[in-house]
Design a protein around this ligand. Sequence first.
Ligand code: SF4
Length: 296
Amino acid sequence: MLYFRYRTLWRAFFQELGMDTVTSAPTDREILERGTALAIDEACLSLKIYLGHVAALVGKCDYILVPRVSNFGWHRSMCTRFEAMPDLTWNVFRESGQKFLSYDVDELMKRKEKTAFLDLGQTLGCPAKEVRRAYKAARKAEALQYKARVQKQEQLYKKEGLKILIAAHSYVIEDQYIGRAVTDYLKEAGVVPLRADLVDRDGAIKRSRELSPTCKWEISREILGGIVQHRGDVDGIILLSAFPCGPDAMVNELITRRVKGIPMLNLVLDSQTGTAGVETRLESFIDIIRLKEGKL
Ligand code: SF4
């Protein structure tokens, strides 16, 4: 889940400290089924997939990193799943013999990311000076990588043809087994898929207030800000979420009510149906947009 947001930071940090990193293979049916068997029925699809990935890593490394990222300040919270993640994971895999590693970001409790990484490095026995240097280098690498991705995305808005903005969490849209099918289908249909979450994050947080001054979830606010910034540049919006997602249920309803004058499709993926039926709905959505624009 957070891997899609922090992969460069994590990899660079451990690399700077002379450690190797291992990642699980892209999601497939087996990973989803393993995770589904380990999770409670009420868990969201993303959490089920996550547990499947942890299961795939058990026994393959010295530690599995499971951070707790709670918030970045007032009205800047992560979904509660991210707060519970270390406790939940350790409990599910308590009999596996696997060792886990964590760090704790909770700015409301004065736990900034930098402090959290310093503790993480020292837990691994690295000198504080080395850890500070590694964190600084990793932060820089991540900032550069993210800036390049945003710039590349901005170029896509200038392309000719039908453009559709996808509003989704990165771990939904980028997941090989679930969200990737949506972008792949759009590309095959000659549509330019764009991402609401791939924007300058600070600017997006400020812009999100236009749609909701009270939304408290950090990633949802980035997505809202991305919609505010780019709704005029696209022909349609797809709200893509993993069932049952509490934040998305509220935020997507809010988007539907407050963003007017643009075709919108609400797609909810779950572990039973996965992407079945998605292509038909995407095909109809694209046809509706083309018909509306007189291009069909
Ligand atoms: S935001 Fe939604 S999809 Fe993400 S972890 Fe929370 S409930 Fe699951």
